[in-house]
Design a protein around this ligand. Structure first.
Ligand SMILES: Nc1ncnc2c1ncn2[C@@H]1O[C@H](COP(=O)(O)OP(=O)(O)OP(=O)(O)O)[C@@H](O)[C@H]1O
Length: 607
């Protein structure tokens, strides 16, 4: 492999990945540093093995490479441009990403999931089918109609790998692809990776917990606590550290790193000699001699050692290499790469970013991506008919309940009446009774009170939606007003009914007002007939003609139901979409689809 690497460099003089002084932290208020001054170079067509214990930042680095995370500091170029830059295929068809979690739609079968990613990558049906048969045979997968949830964990990981390999991308980012895979198949997978890196020039970045399998890589990077401790060809590392296995090289580097950290601690933090002796003894205890006399390290203890303080800069073997103005040139045999990859100019201005995002939102996405998402959603729905029925039944049920419980016109609205004419034993007549009898009892329920203060008390308590009061001389005032045409303030005040309504419910107020106005109009007409006057003069000077739309007497239900239906459907759709987003994000599906190029909009065709 190593000999091949040097030869290969002559033909492939470009770096596929170039990371310079990369820093990444999580969290805003209390940031936790995860990557510290990472420098990493992967020439095109190389297999790069990224090795390190759990939690050292491998996945974080891979997520930065595929454009899912932004570095806090430093430069990152993938296939010649910054991930996520316009028109770049990373994220997109140029990168095949296999995340650590399975990240597959469990209700899909193998063929459906491969077709989904194939459509996202704009592959033709024929190409998808060809790749599907190859990958199923190559990865020893069961029948393509088998659902993902019916597969074992190892089989699911293999399907996940198949999705990453599907479009034969220029760059493969594989996060622990060989976990839970049969050793023979693991060998086969590595052979395939080596083959595609040689024949297609595919660049592969792979993380693995099986350190020894990384010997097959062209270069390996050994990572610990967010730093790259060493980066070189596997054999060169073995030679340099005089070890028989990469595992021992790594453990040696861990101990050396630990010692460096401790001595740095001693310099920067005021620790006592006793404390230092104690820590050094603890570290040295990790190294024991094996039968051959070579140093063997207690792996468990070593990997579970104290975390490195983020403020302490550790000189790594990487820093020992020759650098020039643009960064590091690699090759263990001293060959210098002829072509420099220019670091991308990161857009730091938030204003410019917002502007770009605003432009992005106005552009229509690619049709093939919409098609892929539509087919995916239909496949999901097809697989859960019960859910579909529930989705259709819920609005029907909600609208029915609304019509039954809320949508009807208000009925039997309680109204307190203070009839002073009745209390005074009708001194000038009982026309107030005639007026009250004309109020439609279907809509308004009258309750008599002797005085206004008592009625106000109960109305304020919420027992009534209003108070109606009639003066003691109501009958006489009506006669004076309508037959003698008297219009002095006393007559006008006494010849009217006085209403104080609760105006907080517009619909209830409207029904009360129109019922009482109708009753008053009927009362006046009756009075005019009694006095041989044409009742039509009591009609208001407004004639309501045939309506343009709707009924002559509109109902609240007719007005409210359509709005209600639209609201229910809208919020149901929003709720379900949010639910799907949350579930997909939680299971890593969203990230995977994003890396495959699914964005809200895509500008590839414009830039
Ligand atoms: N979203 C996050 N928010 C905060 N901290 C995170 C987040 N993701 C990862 N970390 C932390 O960053 C560190 C590195 O995590 P990362 O997943 O990159 O490690 P890893 O080397 O891939 O580990 P493993 O091999 O177990 O997957 C860990 O300490 C982890 O707790």
């Amino acid at each position: 492999m190593q000999g091949r690497a040097a030869g290969f460099m002559d033909d492939h003089n470009e770096l596929a990945i170039c990371v310079q002084n990369a820093y990444k932290s999580y969290g805003y208020w209390k940031p936790v540093n995860v990557l510290h001054d990472i420098n990493l170079n992967v020439p095109k067509g190389f297999i790069y093995g990224l090795l390190g214990p759990s939690g050292c930042g491998k996945t974080t680095l891979l997520r930065c490479l595929v454009g899912r995370l932004q570095l806090n500091n430093g430069q990152l170029t993938v296939l010649g441009a910054a991930p996520g830059s316009r028109g770049h295929g990373v994220p997109g068809h140029k990168v095949g990403f296999m995340p650590q979690e399975t990240a597959l739609y469990k209700d899909f079968n193998i063929s459906e999931i491969l077709h989904y990613f194939g459509r996202l990558h704009n592959m033709t049906r024929k190409d998808i089918l060809n790749r599907e048969s190859f990958l199923i045979a190559f990865l020893d997968l069961p029948s393509k109609t088998k659902k993902i949830y019916q597969l074992s964990g190892g089989q699911q990981r293999r399907v996940s790998l198949a999705c990453a390999l599907l479009q034969q991308p220029e760059l493969l980012i594989l996060d622990e692809p060989t976990v839970g895979v049969d050793p023979l198949l693991r060998e086969k997978i590595w052979s395939h990776l080596i083959l595609i890196s040689k024949t297609n020039g595919t660049t592969i970045v792979i993380t693995t917990h099986y350190i020894e399998e990384a010997r097959k890589a062209n270069r390996v990077g050994l990572m610990r606590s967010g730093r790259i401790l060493a980066e070189d060809e596997p054999l060169a590392l073995l030679d340099k550290y005089n070890q028989s296995s990469l595992e021992n090289v790594f453990l040696h580097l861990c101990v050396a790193d630990q010692n460096r950290v401790l001595s740095k601690l001693k310099q920067t933090v005021n620790i006592t000699n006793d404390q230092h002796r104690h820590l050094t003894t603890a570290t040295n205890a990790l190294v024991i001699n094996d039968q051959n006399g070579a140093d063997v390290i207690d792996r468990e203890n070593c990997l579970a050692n104290v975390s490195v303080d983020s403020e302490i800069t550790v000189q790594t073997s990487l820093n020992d290499r020759a650098t020039d103005g643009h960064g590091i040139q690699i090759l263990a045999n001293g060959t210098i790469l002829p072509k420099q990859v220019k670091p991308p100019q990161v857009v730091k201005s938030p204003l410019l970013r917002v502007k770009r995002a605003a432009i992005d939102c106005c552009v229509f996405p690619h049709a093939h991506k919409i098609w892929a998402l539509m087919v995916k959603d239909l496949t999901l729905i097809k697989g859960s008919i019960g859910f579909l029925i529930f989705q259709f039944l819920i609005p029907v049920l909600q609208v029915s309940l609304f019509c039954l419980c809320i949508g009807r016109d208000p009925h039997h609205i309680p109204l307190a009446v203070v009839n002073e004419e009745a209390s005074a034993n009708y001194p000038t007549g009982n026309r107030s009774l005639s007026l009250l009898s004309k109020i439609d009892s279907e809509y308004i329920k009258l309750h008599s009170y002797k005085n206004i203060s008592e009625a106000t008390l109960y109305a304020r308590r919420g027992d009534y939606d209003g108070i109606m009061s009639i003066r003691a001389n109501f009958s006489q005032a009506i006669i004076d007003k309508l037959t003698q045409f008297k219009s002095d303030p006393a007559t006008l005040d006494q010849g009217a009914i006085h209403l104080s309504l609760d105006m907080t419910n517009q619909q209830v107020t409207y029904v009360m007002q129109s019922s009482i106005l109708n009753a008053a109009q009927l009362f006046i007409k009756e009075f005019l007939i009694e006095n041989k006057i044409d009742p039509r003069i009591a009609d208001p000077p407004v004639i309501i003609e045939k309506p343009i739309y709707g009924d002559t007497s509109p109902h609240f239900l007719n007005f409210a139901a359509p709005g209600m239906m639209i609201s229910i459907i809208f919020f149901l759709a929003i709720g379900l979409t949010s639910l799907i987003f949350v579930v997909e994000k939680k299971e890593g599906l969203l990230e995977r689809s994003w890396v495959a190029g699914m964005t809200l909009v895509s500008l590839d065709k414009f830039f």
